[in-house]
Write a new protein. Sequence first.
Length: 224
Amino acid sequence: MKYLFLIILLAELTLAENIEKLESDCLDSHILMACHKIGIAAEKHEDYQKAFQMYDFLCKSGDGTGCYNLGRLYHYGKGVSRSYFQTLLLYDRACKIGSPGGCTGLGGLYEYGEGVNQDMWKAFKYHKKSCELGSAAGCAAIAWFYKKGIGVEQSWDKAAKAYKKACEGNNPNACMGYAGLFIMGNGVKKDKHEALKLFEKSCKLGSQKGCQLYEEFKNRFDLY
């Protein structure tokens, strides 16, 4: 028991030393990756004051992801009073700097009318920019807009391309949506085998619904 206590104590001391070094790297040496590591770890452990300090420092240093993460704290009221106004300002700044998360967040505000008038065209515009910046979530969002013809002209072909890109970026919901197109033959040629593979991928990416659909369609198609 004594040895176990010593092991735990040493682990805690090592962690404290690592955090102290990361803080020095961040605040003194301006190594931004160190700031990100501290902010993410602090948020995970619900130390929102420390997370705010790191994200605020990053944002003021011109880091788009830092601005986005700071905006998230305001969006969900983590350690600060919830403020859609501050969220909007920070997501907008993040998006302009080139953060895909900032653009996705901005798209979401306009999509659901959070702190702004609901505007589906603006929502599509920001999700599209997020997709162009490499966000699978952004691509999945615009696929849905193209599929439904909301905020943009309906297009199965464009929906298929966006779902494909998002699924390749490992977005489980996009893989399910893409599978649905193969089942119905919308924007792609009907292919039950491909649909099943996509449901399976969605499942492996952690989607419970993807797993259910995979099992359901595997039995229905009687392929195995």
